[in-house]
Write a protein that binds this ligand. Sequence first.
Ligand code: SME
Length: 161
Amino acid sequence: MAETLILPPSTNRAELYEALYPQIEALVATESDLIANLSNVAAALKEAFGFFWVGFYMVKEGQLVLGPFQGPIACTRIPFRKGVCGACYTRQETIIVPDVEQFPGHIACSSASKSEVVVPVFHRNGTVAMVLDVDSDQLDDFSEADAAGLEKIMKLIERKM
Ligand code: SME
């Protein structure tokens, strides 16, 4: 397994996701442990894009519980009805929030977080297993390119569950 990412000197997110995808695919291909794979995916996304916070909240005990992540310490438990993560769980779809202060019920784990994208990860039976939460310290930092790139990477995780 390659231990360093090779990325083009580009700031174009779609190009970066395209370069990153096969490397994440290779990274998770030979590992069956879910937590190990989620940990490396969080690290790869943080390294490739320099996001402020990247991590997973796992469905456990009737709520969302903090899983593998990269970035500052974060809230450990999020009720299904709360925050962007809860909304993503409930709606079962990716949510892009350009300005977290405009999102009713947003949970501010850090005041430095200004925008975010949250992507659901599904079990084979169609229920949500976890959500991927990516936070930026810039306003309006996420577009459909991020949603598409992150959803494609999460499909790799779904295939491993
Ligand atoms: N902002 C998220 C909570 C998680 S942290 O930002 C790491 C939310 O509103 O669901």
